[in-house]
Design a protein around this ligand. Structure first.
Ligand SMILES: Cc1ncc(COP(=O)(O)O)c(C=O)c1O
Length: 373
């Protein structure tokens, strides 16, 4: 065990003081021998277990400061889970009611967790266009309008979101790397993280490269690369990508955008648990996959890549995997150790796309642990 961090030597006054200052950990085995160091920021370490802990309290305090949120008021949000948990934690300490709308692709565990924190959760269909009244964002807007004393946290447009990352996540990464960070690799959901961290790091050192990672079938990456708005389609990774460009995302701080598949995300998620002891959500799998690909391309021991381990993999219990197995879903199996060793020597396909022909059935022992967020 390492030394006790300075911040834990003294007791904290409330759970809100435990938000932020997450650890930065070097990724080892999953980099397959890349010479460029890759570090993951452990956002799963915190009261709500995700990067959203930072913006939950920040958006509530911004609404309090603007007097739009009064004592006893209601906070409404369209959330894929983590922001809801973060808002619910801060709201429970501050005495606000929470009502959340959530698309039905999200895990049952996230819904149960939100309810455990006292929030009301309304489930909406995933496969509806963004302007449909049943879309989770439109639903949250109509609930806010119909509820006296309600404010919508509006993480997709609220500038308190990127500002929280500019004030906290960015400076932490700068300090933890002693200013040596050269690349920040992250996906955008609302865009708050990549925007706030990107702005801060570029302010400190303009050549720092900000690399966006998008799930296939999200609109953001194609829009960045072509200027065209493709029609987004549902995908499995939770919390990242979008079917529109959110107001909290400032694409001018991003230098390049890369797209990877659900399968690549889940496969790396599986490897993170098995080889690094990091049980993260699927979005971290996608970002780490992109960060490792970049590390091989750079092949530079003096560069330093930081990516985000956005949340804890609680969305992955057995019944979720069983449901997907029953549906005959194809998820690439993790390579056996001897295959990984071959890949590390560059003889295999680890740096390319995984083999999607493999199904969970092909890996009966690993199947129930396969990382499907
Ligand atoms: C699990 C997870 N990862 C990553 C992100 C992306 O963060 P941001 O919304 O700041 O772009 C989110 C946000 O929704 C998330 O829930």
């Amino acid at each position: 065990m390492g030394p006790v961090s300075e911040r834990y030597r003294k007791p904290s006054t409330s759970v809100l003081d435990l938000i932020g200052w997450t650890p930065l950990v070097r990724l080892n085995a999953v980099t397959d021998g890349a010479r460029t160091p890759v570090y993951g920021k452990c956002e799963f370490v915190g009261p709500g277990g995700s990067v959203k802990d930072r913006i939950g309290v920040a958006m509530i305090e911004a609404a309090e400061a603007a007097s739009t949120l009064q004592p006893g008021g209601t906070i409404v949000e369209a959330t894929s889970g983590n922001t809801g948990i973060a808002l619910a934690i801060a709201a429970s300490l501050k005495g606000y009611r929470c009502v959340f709308t959530m698309p039905d692709k999200m895990s049952h565990e996230k819904v149960k967790l939100l309810r455990a924190f006292g929030a009301e959760v309304i489930i909406t269909p995933t496969a509806v266009p963004p302007d449909h009244p049943d879309h989770y964002l439109q639903k949250a807007r109509s609930i806010t309008a119909a509820t006296p004393g309600a404010v919508m946290a509006d993480q997709f447009y609220n500038q308190a979101n990127p500002d929280a990352h500019f004030r906290t996540t960015g400076p932490e990464i700068w300090e933890q790397t002693e200013g040596r960070v050269t690349h920040f690799v992250a996906s955008a959901g609302t865009g708050g993280t990549i925007t706030g961290v990107g702005r801060y790091l570029k302010q400190r050192n303009p050549p720092v490269r900000i690399v966006g990672i998008d799930p296939e079938d999200s609109l953001i990456g194609p829009f960045f690369n072509t200027g065209k708005r493709i029609e987004g389609h549902p995908y499995k990774v939770e919390g990242i990508g979008n079917d529109k460009i959110p107001g909290a995302l400032d694409l001018s701080v991003v230098d390049e955008y890369r797209t990877f598949s659900d399968g690549e995300a889940f496969r790396m998620g599986h490897r993170l648990a098995r080889e690094e002891g990091l049980f993260t959500g699927g979005s971290a799998g996608l970002m780490v996959h992109g960060a490792v690909a970049l590390a091989h391309e750079l092949d530079d021991p003096d560069a330093l890549i930081v990516t985000l381990l956005c949340d804890w993999g609680r969305a992955l219990p057995e019944q979720d995997v069983r449901r997907r197995l029953d549906a005959g879903e194809r998820v690439p199996r993790a390579p056996a150790p001897h295959e990984r060793r071959r890949d590390a020597r560059g003889e295999g396909a680890a740096r390319g796309r995984p083999d999607h022909r493999e199904t969970l059935d092909a890996d009966p022992h690993g199947a129930l642990d396969t990382h499907c967020a």
